[in-house]
Design a protein around this ligand. Structure first.
Ligand SMILES: Cc1cc2nc3c(=O)[nH]c(=O)nc-3n(C[C@H](O)[C@H](O)[C@H](O)COP(=O)(O)OP(=O)(O)OC[C@H]3O[C@@H](n4cnc5c(N)ncnc54)[C@H](O)[C@@H]3O)c2cc1C
Length: 271
């Protein structure tokens, strides 16, 4: 039975990045357990791939998240330059189609500045100004967030994996955690092929399965989760240059800013 100081469950962008930080800061025996054959096989490579600027986060309730987004932007940019990960500054237009949605944009402008986005990177535009940037977009008004980038988070995760590997992290693939037994000093992590490892500390980064992992440890038993899916459609090539910018609409529910339909200008040029 292998023994680790720290075992991270989940090799998405979160688990892989945490493995990198821990192994760069401490001399520990660390592993990442991933049920697939590589890192970033789920949300971390199948997302919209936009590096967002936090104008949509309420600084009163989401201050730390906003600050993290701002700080990490420069780190991603540095890593993209060092590697071959795409970094296309497409910008984002967050569009309002009526006066009510425009009020939300004004609030977002205030939040964006309070969250530390440089004022030259955030502009509130009227319909005419939007048309000058994107003649095919008709709206009431929009925020033009110039810093936003289209990238490839799967490629980023693979680069971080390489760096973490070089620092000594052991990536254990094709092992699906089915049970965790907690002793006084450590945990026994049991896989669905009945093999196991022990670890002094377990870090739960299992994405959509995080609640299942927490509940294996007897935690968060009062919660349940709801999984839902979205659809990405790829526009036919003759339409991919209809707009150059990534476009979001003001969300119907402010707490879920990315669930409404959006048009993404991807790093590979597709829309
Ligand atoms: C549709 C969509 C669009 C998004 N767009 C953006 C965007 O444009 N910009 C942005 O910044 N963020 C975006 N996000 C959010 C971002 O993708 C996620 O926050 C991020 O990928 C989460 O990473 P993760 O490592 O926590 O989870 P995941 O990538 O899901 O990784 C979890 C890993 O845990 C593994 N695992 C689970 N259970 C077990 C188990 N029992 N045993 C072993 N391994 C296990 C899984 O196989 C998986 O690889 C989007 C998300 C979605 C769903």
């Amino acid at each position: 039975m292998s023994k680790y100081d720290v075992a991270i469950i989940g090799g998405g962008i979160l688990g892989t990045s945490i493995s990198y930080w821990i192994s760069s800061l401490y001399d520990v025996n660390l592993c990442v357990i991933e049920k697939e054959s590589n890192v970033a096989m789920h949300a971390s490579s199948r997302n919209t791939a936009v590096v967002h600027s936090p104008f949509y986060l309420n600084p009163k309730t989401k201050k730390v998240l906003a600050k993290s987004a701002l700080i990490s932007y420069e780190m991603w940019e540095k890593l993209a330059k060092k590697t071959n990960v795409p970094w296309n500054k497409t910008g984002v237009l967050e569009i309002a189609i009526n006066e009510g949605q425009h009020d939300t944009l004004e609030e977002y402008m205030d939040w964006g500045i309070k969250n530390g986005i440089p004022s030259q990177d955030l502009e509130l535009l009227d319909a005419k100004q939007v048309a000058q940037i994107e003649p095919n977009v008709k709206c009431h008004s929009a925020i033009y967030s110039k810093r936003e980038v289209s990238t490839d988070y799967g490629a980023f995760t693979n680069e971080i994996k390489k760096e973490s590997n070089a620092l000594g992290t052991n990536f254990i693939f094709q092992k699906n955690v089915k049970q965790i037994k907690k002793n006084q000093n450590n945990s026994i992590i049991i896989f669905d092929d009945d093999s196991n490892i022990t670890a002094d500390f377990v870090i739960n980064c299992a994405g959509g399965n995080s609640l299942d992992i927490a509940q294996m440890l007897g935690l968060a038993t009062e919660y349940s989760d709801l999984h839902f899916r979205g659809e990405y459609w790829v526009a036919d090539p003759q339409y991919s240059d209809l707009v150059k910018t990534t476009i979001y609409t003001v969300a119907e529910f402010k707490g879920y800013p990315f669930l409404d339909p959006h048009w993404i200008k991807k790093a590979n040029g597709q829309a």
